[in-house]
Write a protein that binds this ligand. Sequence first.
Ligand SMILES: C[S@@+](CC[C@H](N)C(=O)[O-])C[C@H]1O[C@@H](n2cnc3c(N)ncnc32)[C@H](O)[C@@H]1O
Length: 262
Amino acid sequence: MSTATAAKPGLDTADLEQKVKDMYRDVALNPAGEFHFEMGRALAERLGYPACDLDRIPAAAIDSFAGVGYYFHLAKLQAGETVIDLGSGSGMDAFVAALHVGTTGSVLGVDMTGEQLDKAERLRAAAGFDNVSYLKGYIESVRRDDASFDAVISNGVINLAPDKQRVFSEAARLLRRGGRLAIADIVTEAQLPDGVTEKAALWAACIGGAMQVDQYLEAIKGAGLRLESIHDNPQYRFISDNAKGAARKYGVKSVSLLAVKA
Ligand SMILES: C[S@@+](CC[C@H](N)C(=O)[O-])C[C@H]1O[C@@H](n2cnc3c(N)ncnc32)[C@H](O)[C@@H]1O
């Protein structure tokens, strides 16, 4: 395993997990509250989500959308495909994916935060999305067989994981040969200093855990996935002063990318 992608020795990962869960519990329960990041429909539309897709999924899932970019144009999901959303939050991307794969396909959302899962499941049942299901669990180790999915999607999540190599290896394990990883995430141009990466609170705000982009791509390659395309998402804005400062100083930014299982 690459040490650059493994958990930082000075980082308290139990504390990090609790801070992430606390933050995203509030995102599920109180999306109108104050956060270090943007959320909701205006953000989704600015990132590139077509209004016609958003109009067809539960509005409350969109209210709690905390993604960082659009990647469905890269994923090119087809009717009948099986999709897994790593860190599905309140479910917005899983619902969008469900529109694309149709009733012959299926989408599984995985998240470790109970309140996010509960909200997504409640909205799913009320809206009758029978091709979607949600599973409580960790994206590092998903209780599903090897090669069970045509596509792995994820939005704004892998930056929060202490061991990114492990997440990409799990994504590769879950994909069939030729399957696609299509994600949006936060990365950095310069390596963040230890003082930033060791602070769990900065991780939970999607800054502290952001990996230098070349190392991030190396971790994807190390998992047996071939990068097909990557682009920046300048429409994604950081809103807290801390985050804006880090974005300027270290080139913290959102990217969308597509990789294929060789
Ligand atoms: C920034 S939110 C994004 C949620 C969703 N993808 C969206 O676009 O709204 C991050 C989500 O990832 C989940 N998460 C973070 N680390 C995780 C892990 N290791 N395993 C499972 N879920 C995780 C959090 O609970 C939270 O719901």
